[in-house]
Design a protein around this ligand. Sequence first.
Ligand code: SF4
Ligand code: SF4
Length: 561
Amino acid sequence: MMTLLNKLWTFHGGLKLNGHKNLSNCAAIVKANLPARLILPLLQHIGSPAEPIVKVGERVLKGQIVAHCGGQHHDGEQGHCLKSRSAPIHAPTSGTVIALENHAVPHRSGLTAPCIILEPDSLEEWTARTPLLDYTSVDPEILHQHIARAGIVGLGGAGYPAHLKIKPDAIETLILNGAECEPYITCDDRLMRERALDIIGGIDILRYILGGIKRCVIAVEDNKPEAYYALIEAVKVHNELLKRAHQSPIEIVQIPTLYPMGSSQHLTKVLTGKEVPADGRSSDIGVLVHNVGTVYAIYRAVRYGEPLLSRIVTVSGTGVETPQNLEVLIGTPIRDIINQCGRKAIVKRILVGGSMMGFPLQDDDLPVIKTTNCIIVSQPEEITVKQPQMPCIRCGACADACPESLLPQQMYWHAKAKDMKRIENFNLFDCIECGCCAYVCPSQIPLVDYFHYAKTEIRSADRDKQKAEMARQRHEFRQMRIEREKLEKAEKHKQKREVLTPSPAAAATVIHVESESAVAAVNTTSEAVDPKKAAIEAAIARAKAKKAAQHTEQSAPPASE
Ligand code: SF4
Ligand code: SF4
């Protein structure tokens, strides 16, 4: 058997949990009913929120972009860019935009967020679709952009825009994550059983974009034998073709059922023996991990030109008559799908996500978003009554269970003492908040809550520090500008003064030039004497001389008689 030949590595800690999988994994996927309205939050992924491009009252077609990707990198027209850490949002069906408003969204904060509210018209009228049937005749970059434009994000729950992880020429190993390790969730199990060929089709597309990868593996936990054999059957013919083309075959590998095997770090470790860097992603070490649901969405986008409009959601727990998997339009109110599965009269709690990492909802008038993989509806008896928190007895069970080899007990002490520096030294940010430590703690200490709180505090302090640093830099820059302007002003005054008070040498030159000018002026004057004026002056001079002579005669003594 292929799997026996595959070497598997192990990781520290982890838990064997009761999966509660058989509650919902026996029935085939069912299409959810069309709701009366769809609520489309602008942020359904990790990154910048999408930006709406529709107005209230506007009619939209199924598959039409209603919000293009946010951030600085969208190209406006096509609503995406390969660099953008965001994803566009499409109308899941045709209808009318009835509001752009804040609405409650499925998030642990319980806060509202901007949403587009769409009223379906039941016509299912599609916008123009652009399938790429013969995608191997298309440039891989165009294909990559096509995926980005389809608004596909990690459907395993992370919500990281799928196109950003696809790094052509940098990936050696492609891993398809079919582990689905959290209790209750069975959407990937049913998808692998029912649509295995489409998943293989998605893998082919990824392989074409990535170029020559060395290894391709689909990992399935050993509690899903039906999915495993469905995939084995689906790759039989395919692997023959790959071998003939001298390409590596697709390996289907059964891995042990151990929580949290489905995290990309642990799956990478188990299948390749490689450690993902603490502050990095598996793609940083040449390994691309995609959830099987994400790859299925990529196949639909390329083969049929369909953007991400729906997803498979597990509705499970004792609070519904028929736990099952539904194919649900994005934006469908959670209340509607719970009702479709037969909501029981008394419901104590509704969780979004699995029982380990999920969070409770205050209300069920919230939409299914791209990352909603599971809704657990519980009756009172299904919920373990929380015992009061007791002091830590230093038993060390938390450290034994931690899959990241951390020391939760020490981290807890420092978080409690609000000593954020020390807790960081215990690699707080390596904590994936899987909940294994809190699950085994005999003192019922909500350890994950402490770690989540500490991370939020540190991030907020870092943000404040960054803000203060920016303000300091702005202030310094302003001071520098004022100084520079002062110096420039002083220089200008100096130059002006120099022009008005010339140097002695320059002054002598000026005087010399001036006297020469005066002489020239005199000469010019004498040369230019008016003859009429000269005649008048001569007459006056003669008259004056005559008068003087007469005066001299009168004043002389008389001659002797
Ligand atoms: S498991 Fe709980 S009681 Fe035991 S060391 Fe860890 S925090 Fe303390
Ligand atoms: S929540 Fe964090 S500290 Fe606790 S077991 Fe998981 S990774 Fe370790």
